[in-house]
Each structure stands twice: as structure tokens, then as C-alpha cells.
Design a protein. Structure first.
Length: 269
């Protein structure tokens, strides 16, 4: 069992952000301390949404309370997701520094929730810049989608080879990049280190429910191997076809039991 501190969005209905992290990590036997950056009725992609941001001052007070109770030192991992302002990014950086000071072996996973194809950035550009310029440098593992990888690295990502180059440009121990084009009908999830690159390849799906990237980031924080993590996400996508939300609760048992996907060595083909 690992203890994971997670900082991201929280929705009352659906499974994105913390509402995706917690059920999948708890199903794996891990404990989650959830710090919400926003609290919303549902994902903003629906016609109606209501909620509020949790101000950085409130989050800092919550973190202070966790520290005063000696709980920061217990963390085995910190996972960051949706950070709506540069102030929230600063909170994430401070949290990581405090946890790492208490436990130098803590694993830091940064899911840079910046945007996606075809819309581009969907957070404030100042927040996105702060993620790129300050938060990513704290990460042991980063989990961008194709658009986010290209934006962070400042270079095109239209193929697996370009994705490997962009991932290595981030200078992190691990980059797990999703939605990397292999062909018109296939996409790869890549695990890139300084010396290796492996890919798990799946068929391209239309109208995928929100939350799959959040689930993958949580599985990375839980240290699942690439092939198994991609199999979990692929099973959830298949179970969610035609639904308005990710079928995380209904399908998580089957997803966690799915056979791992094959992993291909990108460096040798």
C-alpha cells in the first residue's frame, strides 16, 4: 500500500481529476489524500456546470494542517493534475518541496493538464507557463498528451520519433506520453527515459469519455507497468462507449484484471 497526496479538480458527478484518481487508486489498495483545486458539479464539457475555485490560501492552510499532524512525511507519492492559476502551480511546487524535505524518496508525478487537440490550451496561459517553467522540473514522471508534450517541449510532435525527442527534451526521468499518432487508425502511449523508449499501441477511438488521462496518471503514480496501465485505460474506454461519463466504477474490476498490452521497443522498431 502507498500513501498518495493528490492535488487536482474535484467533481460531484463523473470521474475526472480527484474523482478519477481516488476510486482507481483505492481499488489498487492505496490511500489517497485529496486536495481540490476546484470543486465543480461536473466536467465543464457538459452544457451546465457550477462550482468554485479553492483559493491557494485555503490550500496552503490545508497543507499546513496536514504537516502539523505529521502526515506529509507519510506520503510515498505526490500527484498533481488540474491547476487553474499560477498561484495554484506555486502551491503544488511548495507542497512537493515540503513532502520531499520530509521524505527524499517520495515519487512526484506531474500530469500537466494544459489542453488537448483540437482546442489547444484550456487553462490560463500564465498557469500553463508556470507548469512548464517551474512544476515540471520537480517531477520524477510527467504524463502529457500529444498536445501538452508539444507545448511543453516547444517542438512538433507528429510521430513516435518526434514524441521521443520531445519527451527527452523535458529532462525528466520518465515521460509517459499519450495519444501519440502511429497511423490514421492507431495511437501509442510512450514511456520514454534517457536510454529507452517503449510503446503500447491501441486503436484510435472517437468520442472518448473525459478522465482517461487522469486514470493513467494515477496508475503511473501507483507504479503500474506501461502495458498494464494502458490495458486498464483501454478497457475503461471500451466500457464507456455511448455514455456521458467514464464508466470507472462499473468497469474498474474488469479493467484492473485486463491482460497487459504488448510493449514495443521504439528504439529498435
Amino acid at each position: 500500500m502507498a500513501r498518495i497526496i493528490a492535488l487536482s479538480s474535484l467533481v460531484a458527478r463523473g470521474h475526472v481529476g480527484l474523482s478519477a484518481y481516488r476510486p482507481i487508486l483505492e481499488a489498487l489498495g492505496h490511500e489517497v489524500t485529496a486536495l481540490p483545486t476546484v470543486v465543480l458539479s461536473n466536467h465543464p464539457g457538459h452544457p451546465h456546470v457550477a462550482g468554485t475555485r479553492i483559493e491557494p490560501t485555503t490550500l496552503r492552510a490545508m497543507i499546513d494542517a496536514l504537516a502539523a499532524n505529521s502526515w506529509l512525511a507519510e506520503a510515498d507519492a505526490v500527484l498533481t493534475g488540474y491547476l487553474p492559476s499560477a498561484g495554484h502551480v506555486a502551491v503544488a511546487c511548495d507542497l512537493i518541496e515540503r513532502v520531499r524535505a520530509a521524505n527524499p524518496s517520495v515519487r512526484i508525478v506531474v500530469d500537466p493538464v494544459l489542453g488537448d487537440d483540437p482546442k489547444g490550451l484550456y487553462i490560463d496561459e500564465a498557469a500553463a507557463t508556470a507548469v512548464r517553467d517551474t512544476l515540471v522540473a520537480h517531477a520524477d514522471a510527467v504524463t502529457p498528451n500529444r498536445f501538452e508534450l508539444a507545448w511543453l517541449a516547444g517542438r512538433p510532435v507528429g510521430s513516435m520519433a518526434e514524441a521521443v525527442d520531445a519527451a527527452r527534451a523535458l529532462g525528466r526521468a520518465e515521460v509517459i506520453a499519450t495519444s501519440i499518432p502511429v497511423s490514421d487508425t492507431r495511437l501509442a502511449t510512450l514511456l520514454v527515459t534517457a536510454v529507452s523508449a517503449r510503446a503500447a499501441i491501441v486503436d484510435r477511438e472517437a468520442n472518448v469519455a473525459n478522465g482517461t488521462g487522469d486514470v493513467l496518471a494515477a496508475l503511473v503514480a501507483a507504479r503500474l507497468p506501461l502495458g498494464r496501465a494502458v490495458a486498464v485505460v483501454a478497457t475503461l474506454i471500451a466500457a464507456s462507449r455511448g455514455r456521458g461519463e467514464l464508466a470507472l466504477i462499473a468497469a474498474r474490476t474488469a479493467a484492473l484484471a485486463a491482460a497487459p498490452m504488448a510493449e514495443h521497443d521504439v528504439t529498435t522498431g
